[in-house]
Design a protein around this ligand. Sequence first.
Ligand code: RUB
Length: 309
Amino acid sequence: MLLSETAASIKNMEIRGAGRIARAAVEALADYAKNLNISDPETFKSEMQKAAGILIATRPTAVSLPNAVKSVMRALDSFGSVEEGRAAVLARAAEFIEHSEHAIERIAEIGARHISDGDVLMTHCNSEAALGCILEAHRQGKDIEVYATEVRPRGQGLLTIKTLNDAGIRTNYIVDSAVRYFINDVDLVFVGADAIAANGAVVNKIGTAQIALAAHEARTNVIVAAETYKFAPRTILGELIEIEERDPAEVLPREVAEKLPFVRVRNPAFDVTPADYIDLIVTEQGAIPPELAFTVIRDYLGWKVEELR
Ligand code: RUB
């Protein structure tokens, strides 16, 4: 796939979910480097930077995307010939993809330990990391049942229930607004993340914060499954994570909206769940309370505060 095609697929959500977005961007960057027919190292670097910028601009909230792209672009911090630069980009991209796939497996193993035989779980949206934990618990023979939300407006819940159904897991499919109605039947909420701030706040699909609020009220634990590259380094400096607001037509058909001139349709794709409403974040490095989010940024992402300024 050409870089512009990958960028378009991420933007229109054919490729979606923070982990998949990161891997697709890294693959596109590697592919671009492979085919870039340039002999001057500086021009090679600036073309690669432009490509990185195009990919990063596709979806603003999933921090996995800039984190992944930046980790590959570090290959060009210092290099000699174009061939050296190209080889370094390809090596780092392969390393990132391998790390990302391995992280999902580790998160599944660690997350499944927190699911007990007989548990009823609730999940929201379609998270590879969260579903990995649920599928692993089922694979281990634990008898589990899941409540999966519909996820207006894009309906990612359909992907989730297909996966759960294929695995033979008993699943209840509910509209987003039925969460509080069912929360007392649920033992554990398991969701993914698009970004995690230094203060442990989790950015995930719109509706997650409402679920966490209902869970908090019902004393139901909330676990977030997320690779360490979903942690947002710039939040150390107090920078906020941008929440993507998508096309209103995803919520209300344009022809209906046109007849309602006083109505403005709002369509934020994500929301922020404060750390207080999260019990545990499962990463490939282990499970941590949200209060330790800063240590993940410091210890595993290799970002230095000076670099961020
Ligand atoms: C997807 C979403 C997912 C996270 C984590 O939103 O909110 O919960 O991205 O997913 P969208 P994963 O459908 O708008 O991309 O664990 O697969 O990275």
